[in-house]
Design a protein around this ligand. Structure first.
Ligand SMILES: [Zn+2]
Length: 287
């Protein structure tokens, strides 16, 4: 059964650890992440971007697959199925498809419009039992064609959005999506601290978790980050393991071309990445 992310994140915030959001792209991704979360007895959030949803033929397919996997794999840890960087229309599609959590990314709207649309979605999510993430200050890098500049959010705007009744808040603190450039300035802990002081118990979300050094991750968790999004890192690990398999000519040995063999090293690499993150975030045995 899917659960909203509300309770697991409130527990994480109070317990000073973070729950990983791992983005999914297909069956292998989903299976690897669910298996690892179960093995480590950790709550988990499966993230789905609008692009990944389209790739998997639609949000209904995704919700049906994830729900069936939880049942068939006997997954007992809390699992939230979450729309990542949802558009206004995408949010409603996921609510209808049976997701348990959504992110409305209104960061590109003027603040008044972001507030109005977020308020509306707060009411709908409360009624249907979903958790809702909102974003203030665009997060840098590129995700599904949306390019942000990596700005730092205004703590007052964060408070205004947090007070609307959302369950988690993503705020730009110099983090970016994808690989971090060599000249990256690092996270702005000053901004994060100012946001936390104004938003109190609100679980904060760190996007672009790939390549942020472990000590910065730990400090961010100390300062109130309770959900960390990981996407690119699993993709890189999958690609590298698959490349090694092909380059070693293993697809040409015996039945090495069988997709269940061909995709196995990549799936194992995703599991290793997820395990490492769960350990770093401190969510093992918190299910
Ligand atoms: Zn993001």
């Amino acid at each position: 059964m899917l659960v909203s992310a509300k309770e697991m994140l409130e527990k994480a915030k109070a317990g000073h650890y973070a729950v990983g959001q791992f983005n999914i792209n297909n069956l292998e991704w989903t299976k690897s992440i669910l298996q690892t979360a179960q093995e480590m007895n950790s709550p988990v959030i499966l993230g789905v971007s609008e692009g990944a949803g389209k790739y998997m033929t639609g949000f209904k397919t995704v919700a049906a697959m994830v729900k069936a996997m939880i049942e068939e794999m006997n997954i007992t840890v809390p699992v939230a199925l979450h729309l990542d960087h949802g558009t206004y229309e995408g949010c409603y599609k996921c609510i209808e498809a049976g997701f348990s959590s959504i992110m409305f990314d209104g960061s590109h709207y003027p603040i008044d419009e972001n507030v109005a649309k977020t308020k509306e979605l707060v009411a709908v999510c409360k009624e249907k039992g979903l958790s809702l993430e909102a974003e203030v200050g665009s997060i840098g890098g590129e995700e599904d064609g949306v390019v942000g500049m990596g700005e730092c959010a205004d703590p007052q705007e964060c408070k205004m959005i947090a007070d609307l009744g959302i369950d988690m808040l993503a705020a730009g603190i110099g983090n970016i999506h994808g690989k971090y450039p060599a000249n990256w300035q690092g996270l702005s802990f000053e901004t994060l601290d100012a946001i936390q002081q104004l938003t109190g118990a609100m679980p904060l979300v760190l996007h672009g978790g790939t390549g942020i050094p472990a000590d910065m991750i730990k400090k961010a968790i100390d300062l109130g980050v309770s959900k960390i999004n990981v996407n690119t890192e699993c993709q890189l690990a999958f690609a590298e393991a698959t490349r090694e398999y092909i380059e070693a000519g293993k697809d040409q040995q015996g039945k090495g071309y069988d997709p269940r063999k061909l995709l196995a090293p990549g799936a194992e690499a995703i599991k290793a990445t997820v395990k490492e993150k769960i350990e770093l975030f401190g969510s093992a045995n918190k299910a």
